[in-house]
Ligand binder design. Structure first.
Ligand code: NAD
Length: 491
């Protein structure tokens, strides 16, 4: 973000949401830059302490009424919300591309995945059901019911401006909680627009509130005693900090962190479909996905042909502004991100990896956007920084391994444990890989997978801090606590 001292006055100022109303913040303004043009796109306020306090107070005041609203009514509002999102899909997809830089096709994909989260949350009446057993003793029955927690907080990253906020608040509010959302300060406008549509769908005032800012605003949310639970998605160091800080204050936390995902390619894999799948997995969204394939482990003789085919496919990618026809890779988010990725490419060269395809000069248009094409490193060693650290950009490292056992050891040596895939025609190999690999999500003949919303987003190790993951039944459990009722009725 850039200080707003020399800004044009006619830029739109991003709003906040408190008590069901859009408001202007009194906080300091920062420029949001369009990653495809490097031109100012909007002004983003960093909220004052008083505004964050009001957002929490508003969520707290809304909780008694909302938590007692019948779950069928809560769910019905989410059905309307889902329809409004679909009605405004074109506008929202364009906004995702403008804020984040993704191609329109990629924004459309993330829109669809976000919509599926709302559809999942609409199932709250069934998902929240408890269980019971009669006559556990003479005349005594026991049942378990699920109760909402209270005020929940969501803190989200820049890479999915629409989808990641929707991993959180639809499930939280469907379960009867109220919410304060702090979207990424790099892409907050998508969140404000979707919350506007949620209120249009009939949500009572205060059930969701939106504040903007960075570390200070987050710290205030983590330390406020009125907040019962915190959902976070972002980089691993911040995820760990959020987990340690909020759990020390007695809050529930689910903190989803960074990743370093591996795809293992066996010599018997189908080359054509494997290359197509790895290209999409590694370079989709310019590599800015926590489920991107960042390292390919090529087993046995798979390596040479694979590197040649990946290079050929990378040469056919078109790098440019995501809203233009024919573009297959948009910019990365910011000049700082571009610099960081370039410095990792330098580190790879210095440590002796071989550049099979250099994307540093790629772009089709002449704008000042933060473009980088696909870069592929071959002969990468597991000890190199490019093999160990999250790059979060369009850089793929190929490590050679002699057999499946060595490949699995390479995957399992990572401090991250988000996801991994294997490409093979052998059921035995697939089964062994699925069983032995220490990641929370596994793909077989598919790019490192992000499960659909009915399943949990299940990272392990340094990719997740907490107990209950986002979405799926875990998501419902995270946003509710159980109450066990034991009753005796005597005639
Ligand atoms: P980030 O950690 O920099 O920021 C995420 C959020 O945390 C933002 O809202 C930001 O304002 C806040 N924040 C940043 N620094 C903070 C600090 N020191 N104290 C308190 N709050 C702070 O992440 P990002 O760059 O926006 O997103 C990219 C990262 O997110 C990558 O590491 C990626 O792997 C990860 N990610 C993970 C998943 C997942 O499901 N595991 C999904 C998407 C993105």
């Amino acid at each position: 973000m850039h200080n707003s001292t020399q800004i044009a006055i006619d830029l739109k100022i991003c709003k906040i949401y408190i008590d069901g109303k859009q408001k202007d913040s009194d906080g300091k303004l920062y420029q949001q830059l369009n990653p495809a043009t490097a031109e100012p796109a909007a002004l983003i306020p960093y909220c004052t302490t008083a505004e964050v306090d009001s957002a929490i107070a508003s969520a707290q005041a809304a909780f008694p009424g909302w938590s007692r609203t019948p779950v069928l009514q809560r769910s019905r509002i989410l059905f309307h919300f889902r329809d409004l999102l679909e009605k405004h899909s074109e506008e929202l997809i364009a906004l995702i591309t403008e804020e984040n830089g993704k191609t329109l096709e990629e924004s459309k994909g993330s829109f669809q995945r976000g919509l599926e989260c709302v559809e999942f949350a609409c199932g709250a009446p069934t998902l929240m059901m408890g269980e019971g057993l009669e006559q556990i003793s003479n005349g005594v029955d026991t049942s378990v019911i699920r109760k909402p927690l209270g005020v929940c907080v969501g803190i989200t990253p820049f890479n999915f401006p629409f989808m990641v906020p929707l991993w959180m608040f639809p499930v939280a509010i469907a379960c009867g909680n109220t919410f304060v959302l702090k979207p990424s300060e790099k892409v907050p406008r998508s969140s404000v627009r979707i919350v506007e549509l949620l209120y249009e769908a009939g949500l009572p005032a205060g059930v969701i509130n939106v504040v903007h800012g960075a570390k200070d605003v987050v710290n205030q949310l983590l330390n406020d005693p009125r907040v019962r639970a915190v959902s976070f998605v972002g980089s691993s160091p911040v995820a760990r900090y959020i987990y340690e800080t909020a759990s020390a204050k007695g809050k529930r936390v689910q903190a989803l962190g960074g990743a370093k995902n591996h795809s293992v390619v066996m010599p018997d894999s189908d080359m054509k479909s494997t290359v197509e799948s790895i290209m999409a997995s590694s370079f989709g969204c310019a590599g800015e996905r926590c489920v991107a394939t960042s390292v390919v482990v090529a087993v046995g003789e798979a390596g040479d042909a694979l590197v040649a085919e990946l290079t050929k496919a990378a040469n056919s990618m078109t790098v440019g502004a995501g809203d233009k026809a024919g573009i297959t890779m948009g910019p990365v988010i910011s000049p700082e991100a571009k610099e960081r990725i370039l410095s990792m490419i330098d580190a790879g060269e210095k440590e002796g990896a071989k550049i099979a395809r250099d994307g540093r000069g790629d772009r089709v248009n002449k704008s000042e956007g933060y473009f980088l094409g696909p870069t592929i490193f071959d002969q990468v060693k597991p000890s190199m920084r490019i093999a160990r650290e999250e790059i979060f950009g369009p850089v793929l490292s190929v490590i050679r391994a002699k057999d499946l056992k060595e490949a699995i050891e390479i995957v399992n040596a990572s401090e991250h444990g988000n996801a991994a895939s294997v490409y093979t025609k052998s059921g035995t190999v697939a089964r062994e890989f699925t069983n032995a690999v220490q990641t929370g999500m596994v793909g077989v003949n598919i790019g490192v997978p992000a499960p659909v919303a009915i399943f949990p987003f299940s990272g392990w190790k340094g990719s997740f801090y907490g107990d209950l993951h986002a979405l799926g039944k875990d998501g419902i459990r995270f946003y509710t606590e159980t109450k066990v009722v034991t009753s005796r009725w005597v005639d």
